[in-house]
Every structure is written in structure tokens, then in C-alpha cells.
Design a binder for this molecule. Structure first.
Ligand code: A3P
Length: 339
């Protein structure tokens, strides 16, 4: 590991190292994933920046490739397991805290479905040289920022409250006066350390590319370019397009991973069933997504908010958007890519 690595904190609290040109929140698991992961030709890997529709795409992919295993939609695994448990995030789950031993994928059904947030250039070599398929989902950067801001703000508040209540519990047995004092100190500590940042401070960092797996343009352009040069390997999808025409996008997705729908399936309405099952409204109402959590610290419900296109206009003022245009749009100028 390099000794002097640049360090930044997303929303003032979540640490990230500058690694291979991107802001990496999980350095050791990422390195372990890069070193040890062996892709199979039949693997399907979903790649995305956080908050761009990962949960949605995981649900759709799982439902598409496993539709012959789970024909009864009423008893589908997505009804009692969160999509992040069904399609594992490689750096955040599979290679996190493995302490020496390598993950064993023996029980995973084929095709193996995985997900990653790391940029294309940093993917393990075996993923690039195998015939495995990569699906990338991209979302409007301003909506991505707003979604990220809500998600991490909630995480931050939860962490802060946990800290505050642990202070409260520790002091319960002490004398009354001392207890009051500790509670007040705990509150100030909570406020100082976990205070909710102003959205514009975080937006400046986002524009500078200093957010998990950013910069935005490097991430998007890395996968976009590969999808043009190697269209058999990488499918580039847009969150907004999927919202606008889910049937066409789901068909394209199924075809790309080699699980195209037959005419008979189309007639039977299987595509619509899958779209309905994986819709925000449906997943949000499932008990597992209302109350469960995964990886020990993310609440499942935090992954289902509004899912609206253009929600950024409720949070960002014209001068913020203008500075975004000047900084970020400019970097896309000569790429040929537009959003
Ligand atoms: P908002 O915060 O804008 O509502 P990710 O899964 O990458 O963390 O992205 C989360 C974003 O996708 C959130 O956006 C969330 O509401 C939205 N989302 C989650 N499930 C969805 C679904 N089934 N359909 C559409 N959007 C979904």
C-alpha cells in the first residue's frame, strides 16, 4: 500500500482514499477484490456509481436470469430478501473483512451475479479478459448527488444518534449531576461531529469529484467508452431511459445477458410481471425492505426513496447548477457523451 495517500471525507465524515485516480471508500477490500477475484465467462457484473439505480438493476437482473427457477411471483426471493443480499457487492461485501481466507462461491447458482462500484479501469484483469458481461447504469449527475446526499445524511444521523445514546447508556449508573453533564457533553459531541452539512458544501465536493468512487465523469466515461469499443462486453444503460420505457430496456437487458424472452413469455406477460415486481412502489412495500438491514449498518429502507427524475430541482439553486455546468459539463465537452 502506498504510504502517503490523499484522504478526504465525504459529507465530512466518511473517509475515502485517492486510489488509482478515484475516491475509494474501501481501500483494502478493493485491493483484495482486484487481486483475487477470478471471473467466469458466464458471470454477469452490474457496475454503477452509488445512488444511480443499483438496487433496481440488481432486482431486475436477478428476476430476469432466474425466472425459470422462481415461476411463482408471489413467492419470489425478492419478497423476503433485499436485492443487495441476492446480488453481492464485490468490494463492499464479498471482499470486506475476509481476513485471509478467500470467498467460496460454490453455492452460488449460475450465472453468478455480482456488482461493483469501482471504475472500469480498476476492474480486475480477469473480468476484462473473460467473456463475462458487464452492465453499467448511469444516472443524471444532479439527481445522483441529491440521492447520495439524502442517503449519507441519514446514515450520518443514525451513526450520530447511536453515538449519542451510547454516551447516555454509559452515564446511566453515575450520580445525577455527572449524568446530566455527560449527556450535555455527548449532545455537543454529536452535534459537532455529525452535524448535517449544508448541501452546498457537499455539492462543491461532488463537483470536484470528491465523493465515493468519483469523479463522476471518469466513472461514466470509462464504462461508456468501453461500451462503444466493446459492445458485446459492456451494456450502458441510463436510469432515466429505464424509467421512460421499462419494457424495451428490460428486453435489451435480457438479450444482452443471453436470457432473451420468448414470444410465449411476452404473450404471458412475464416482462410486465418482472417490471411490476421490481418497481420502486412494490419493493418499498415489502416487509424486508421496510424493516431489515444489511452489511450491519445500512437500513434497507434507505435504498428506496422517491426514484424521481429531476428531483435535483427541489434542492439545488440556479447558482449551484451554473457552477456545476461550468465545472463538470465542461469536462464532458469533447467526449461525445451527453446527459
Ligand atoms: P432517490 O434517492 O432519488 O429516490 P442505489 O440503488 O444505486 O443506491 O440508488 C438509489 C436510488 O434509486 C434512490 O433514488 C432510490 O429511490 C432509487 N430506486 C431504488 N429502487 C428503485 C426502483 N425499483 N425503481 C426506481 N428507482 C429506484
Amino acid at each position: 500500500m502506498e504510504s502517503k495517500m490523499e484522504l478526504e471525507f465525504w459529507m465530512g465524515i466518511f473517509p475515502m482514499n485517492l486510489y488509482q485516480g478515484f475516491w475509494c471508500p474501501l481501500l483494502e477490500p478493493t485491493m483484495s477484490f482486484q487481486t483475487h477475484f477470478q471471473a467466469h465467462d458466464t458471470d454477469v457484473i452490474l457496475a454503477s456509481l452509488p445512488k444511480t439505480g443499483t438496487t433496481w438493476l440488481k432486482s431486475l437482473l436477478f428476476a430476469i436470469v432466474n425466472r425459470n427457477r422462481f415461476t411463482n411471483i408471489c413467492q419470489h426471493p425478492l419478497r423476503n430478501q433485499n436485492a443487495h443480499e441476492l446480488v453481492l457487492q464485490l468490494e463492499a461485501k464479498v471482499y470486506n473483512n475476509i481476513q485471509g481466507s478467500q470467498p467460496d462461491f460454490i453455492d452460488l447458482p449460475l450465472p453468478r451475479l455480482f456488482a461493483t462500484h469501482i471504475p472500469y479501469l480498476s476492474l480486475p484483469k480477469s473480468m476484462k479478459i473473460s467473456k463475462s458481461k458487464v452492465i453499467y447504469v448511469c444516472r443524471n449527475p444532479l439527481d445522483t448527488f441529491v440521492s447520495s446526499w439524502h442517503f449519507y445524511r441519514q446514515l450520518k444521523v443514525n451513526m450520530g444518534l447511536k453515538h449519542f445514546f451510547s454516551q447516555l447508556t454509559i452515564t446511566m449508573g453515575f450520580k445525577h449531576f455527572y449524568r446530566q453533564l455527560k449527556v450535555i457533553t455527548g449532545f455537543f459531541h454529536f452535534y459537532r461531529q455529525f452535524k448535517v452539512n449544508m448541501i452546498d458544501e457537499d455539492f462543491v465536493k461532488f463537483c470536484e469529484g470528491k465523493f465515493p468512487y468519483g469523479p463522476y465523469e471518469d466513472h461514466v466515461l470509462g464504462y461508456w467508452k468501453e461500451s462503444i469499443q466493446n459492445s458485446e462486453k459492456v451494456l450502458f444503460m441510463e436510469y432515466e431511459g429505464l424509467k421512460e420505457d421499462p419494457v424495451a430496456h428490460v428486453k435489451k437487458l435480457a438479450e444482452f445477458v443471453g436470457y432473451q424472452f420468448s414470444e410465449q413469455e411476452e404473450k404471458e406477460g412475464i416482462i410486465d410481471d418482472i417490471i411490476k415486481l421490481c418497481s420502486l412502489e412494490s419493493l418499498k412495500e415489502m416487509e424486508v425492505n421496510k424493516s431489515g438491514n444489511f452489511y450491519g449498518f445500512f437500513e434497507n429502507k434507505a435504498f428506496f426513496r422517491k426514484g424521481e427524475v429531476g428531483d435535483w430541482s427541489n434542492y439545488l439553486n440556479p447558482s449551484m447548477v451554473k457552477s456545476f455546468d461550468e465545472i463538470v459539463q465542461d469536462r464532458f465537452k469533447d467526449s461525445g457523451f451527453s446527459f
